[in-house]
Each structure stands twice: as C-alpha cells, then as structure tokens.
Design a protein around this ligand. Structure first.
Ligand code: PGA
Length: 252
C-alpha cells in the first residue's frame, strides 16, 4: 500500500480561514502532538486556502503535519491571471493538492479531462494529487453510482499515475456538508469498485482511497472499521481542532 499503511487524515478547509483563526487552529493541532516523531501511525494533512498555504506550511515544518493546496493549475507559469501553478505549491513546501473536488466540478466547470491535466502537472512537480470522485444523489438514485465512479476514475486519473503516486478520495456529493454519511456497506462497495478500476487502469488494486462526506468524530470509528478505507478527507469538522483530532484518533 502506498504511504506505508499510515491512515491519511486530510482536512479541506475550503474557502474558510483568516490569518488569526487559522494560526490558532494550526497551533491547537500542533499542540496535540507531543513531539515531531509523535505521529500515532497516521499522516495528518491540512489544506488551507491558497492565501495561507505558505504561512501554515512554515508553521508545521518539522512536525507530523503536512500541507496541501485545494486546487492548482495545469499550467506551470505565464499569463494565467488568478491561477496558482503546481510549481508555486511545491515552492512553499506543500506536498499534496486536492484536485477535482465536486465543488470545483459543479461550480467551476472542471471536467474529468481538466482534472487529469492538473493531476499530471502536479505529478510532474512531485506533488501528490488527491483526486476526488463521487456520484450525485440523482446518479445514486438511478443506480448509476458505480458507472459514474468508473468513468471519473478512468478519465480523471492521468496516464503517468501509479497506485503509489496518487491518492483517490471517494466523496459522494450527497454526503458533502449534509450530515449524511454513506453507509459502511456503500463505502465498502464503492471502494472495492475503485480498486477494480485501479487494477484495470494502473495494474494494481493497492491504491490509497480516502472516504469523504460528513466525517465527524461521532462516525469516524465506523468509517475506519473497514480496511477498504485508507483515510478520510474532512471538510466542516477539520475547522475545529478537537473534532479533527478526535477523527484522527478514531483511526488508531
Ligand atoms: P464535509 O466535506 O466533511 O464538510 O462533508 C468533505 C469535503 O468536501 O471534502
């Protein structure tokens, strides 16, 4: 398994966080670890907004916490107003980048093809893309969830990906920010489908798959109760240090 079997606890702050409260949140998390070697067997990743990525990455340097961006361009530099290059993400010391989040797909028109280009560009810079896939409620209700997942995986994962250089986040759109978590059986079914598709496209089932969608301290233990789950991508609950920490603790 990629990432040496450590469970990944990733926090997606989305468009939340001003300087003061973000420093506080980061310090509160850092204070939960007793020493730089104190990683409890999980890899914690926080993904602040782009304005804070450099500062927060410096704050966590040398600690068990890594950072990631929430998006990046497929271009490396030049006249692309408002875009952030994967080179810039790497330059500030972040190691990961969330790509193809359903909010970007829904509100900013990101297609599988765009996600694949971005992921390839991120990989070329040595970043680890966290590629998000997941069905909408409508797709689930008409029984096409597995087909949607397969299509998103086949087309959002770039050609140079391997099971060791990318992370997949399965985030059912209907579970994001709604308080509705997928059932354990849904998670198991979809994650095993993703492994089948990974074998077809990348030659191995051994890929790191995070579950995301209303993960909270109250349901984290259940989410981690299956080996199909290699970690979680947490939105709302990652904005509270105690909640995020308790989710991490549920993984050990
Ligand atoms: P949520 O968001 O935990 O607030 O549901 C998850 C995500 O969008 O990554």
């Amino acid at each position: 398994m990629a990432f040496s079997n450590k469970k990944i606890i990733a926090g997606n702050w989305k468009m939340n966080g001003l300087k003061q409260d973000s420093w506080q949140l980061t310090n509160d998390l850092l204070n939960k670890f007793e020493s730089p070697d104190d990683n409890f067997g999980f890899q914690m990743i926080i993904c602040p907004p782009a304005t804070l990525l450099s500062e927060i990455t410096s704050m966590v340097e040398g600690s068990p916490i890594a950072t990631g961006a929430q998006n990046c361009s497929d271009r490396l530099n030049g006249a692309y107003t408002g875009e952030i290059s994967p080179i810039m993400v790497k330059d500030v010391g972040a190691k990961f980048v969330i790509l193809g989040h359903s909010e970007r797909r829904a509100y900013y028109g990101e297609t599988n093809e765009i996600v694949a280009l971005k992921a390839q560009s991120a990989l070329d810079q040595g970043l680890t893309p966290i590629i998000c896939i997941g069905e909408t409620l409508e797709q689930k209700e008409v029984g096409s969830a597995l087909a949607v997942i397969e299509d998103q995986f086949m087309n959002s994962v770039p050609v140079n990906a391997t099971v060791d250089n990318i992370i997949i986040a399965y985030e059912p759109v209907w579970a994001i920010g709604t308080g509705k978590v997928a059932t354990l059986q849904d998670i198991i079914d979809i994650h095993s489908k993703i492994r089948e598709v990974a074998e077809k496209k990348l030659g191995s089932k051994n890929i790191t798959i995070l579950y995301g969608g209303s993960v909270k301290p109250t349901n984290a233990k259940e989410v981690f109760s299956t080996d199909e789950v290699n970690g979680v991508l947490v939105g709302g609950a990652s904005l509270n240090a105690d909640d995020f920490w308790n989710i991490a603790m549920a993984s050990i």
